[in-house]
Every structure is written in structure tokens, then in C-alpha cells.
Ligand binder design. Structure first.
Ligand SMILES: [Fe+2]
Length: 177
């Protein structure tokens, strides 16, 4: 499931073809993938990557991505509050931030600049999103953090966060403590 929310326009988009259209028009890749096999809840990294290999491999070849791994965090994860705060402040990366949600949920926020209003994408299992390099964004795990996601990189150094320190995320209700 996925929903776009544009708070400043009081608009939401929940039909997936329209969501894809909204992103594609703005140069952001967004799609849905199905698992090739059914996955157990406790499936490990190799099993998860294998289940999505049919989609992952062509995507990585086409985009020139070199590595993929699986990250899993939830409310029991040690240091979860620190992890949450790291993601929830507006930042950019020098590389694309590509995430496929295997399980769990989260909200990606986009601040594309120009005339584009800030908007968010709530997504849960099955959604892949690629935040383009140098795009201002943040990620809100919400009150009950649970994210199991495939991360896809050209190089892991490119994923270091450059914080804008704008504080804009608070205006949209993210990370307020
Ligand atoms: Fe990021």
C-alpha cells in the first residue's frame, strides 16, 4: 500500500498508477515488486535478496547499482531513537537512496524545491522508491518503527547524509519530540 500526501494542498493520492505518475513526472522512480516466492517473517538477507532477484537484478544492471543488502529495524532495535532521529531530519545524499520495503512501513518526505510543494509517500511492503542523489528528503518511521528493506547502492559512501539543518521536517510533523 502507498499514499502520497501533499499537506500544503490538502491533497492525497492513493491509486498506485497515479502515485507512479506523480513521481515519474518529477524524475523519481517508484514501483511495486512482488516476491518470487513466499517469504517467512524471519527470512534472512540471502533469502530475501533471492526472493526478489527477478526484479532486483535487472533494476541494478540498468541503474548501474553495485551492491544490495537488507536492513531491519524495529522498536526493539538497540539505539532505535538515535536511528530514527538520524533519518527524520532533512538531508541529501550524493548517491541515490534506493529502498524496497520488504515488510514494515515508513514515510518518505520530499522537498524538491522550486514550485513543488513538500509531499510525502507512506509505503509498506512491496514498494520500491529511489530518492535521486542531492534531493532534499527525510524518512519518518513513526511511533511504532518497523522497517525491513532492501537497500541498493552504487557505493555505500554515497549514502552518508548531508544535513540541511533547515528544520523543515518539524513543520510537517516529523521528528517532533
Ligand atoms: Fe536519506
Amino acid at each position: 500500500m502507498a499514499v502520497i500526501n501533499i499537506p500544503d494542498k490538502n491533497e492525497t493520492i492513493s491509486e498506485f498508477t497515479k502515485i507512479m505518475e506523480y513521481f515519474n513526472k518529477r524524475g523519481v522512480f517508484c514501483d511495486k515488486w512482488d516476491a518470487g516466492v513466499s517469504l517467512q517473517k524471519d527470512a534472512g538477507q540471502d533469502e530475501i535478496l533471492k526472493a526478489y532477484d527477478h526484479a532486483l537484478k535487472p533494476f541494478m544492471e540498468k541503474g548501474g547499482y553495485k551492491t544490495a543488502d537488507v536492513v531491519c529495524v524495529n522498536s526493539e532495535t538497540q539505539g532505535i531513537d538515535v536511528i530514527k532521529q538520524k533519518f527524520v531530519k532533512e538531508h541529501t545524499h550524493s548517491d541515490d537512496e534506493v529502498r524496497f520495503m520488504v515488510a514494515g512501513h515508513g514515510i518518505f518526505w520530499f522537498n524538491l524545491g522550486g514550485d513543488e510543494p513538500v509531499f510525502s509517500l507512506f509505503c509498506d511492503a512491496g514498494v520500491i522508491i529511489s530518492v535521486p542523489a542531492n534531493t532534499k528528503h527525510w524518512f519518518d518511521m513513526g511511533d511504532k518503527p518497523y522497517v525491513k528493506a532492501i537497500r541498493i547502492f552504487t557505493n555505500e559512501e554515497g549514502w552518508a547524509a548531508n544535513y540541511t539543518e533547515s528544520g523543515i521536517e518539524k513543520k510537517y510533523g516529523s521528528g517532533a519530540k
